[in-house]
Design a protein around this ligand. Structure first.
Ligand SMILES: [Zn+2]
Length: 73
């Protein structure tokens, strides 16, 4: 097959659905985490707008690369 099927499957595996609003998203994802004394209280992958909201609330956010997450798994 000439088409990049593996890429499509990888995207489905990580299910690009915002953990906060439930919207499907493509493109920028943000990982929102909250940690206290080494204990992870929150670990979500959210869409762009929810990521911005989380940052406004003072939560720790980082750019989340979907393709890189598949490699880590
Ligand atoms: Zn969202």
């Amino acid at each position: 097959m000439a088409y990049s099927l593996p890429d499509f499957r990888a995207m489905k595996m990580i299910s690009p659905i915002c953990d906060h609003c439930g919207d499907l998203f493509f493109g920028n994802a943000h990982r929102v985490t909250s940690e206290e004394d080494g204990v992870i209280l929150l670990d979500m992958v959210v869409c762009d707008s929810c990521g911005i909201q989380a940052r406004r609330l003072g939560l720790k956010t980082e750019e989340f690369d979907c393709s890189r997450s598949v490699a880590l798994n």
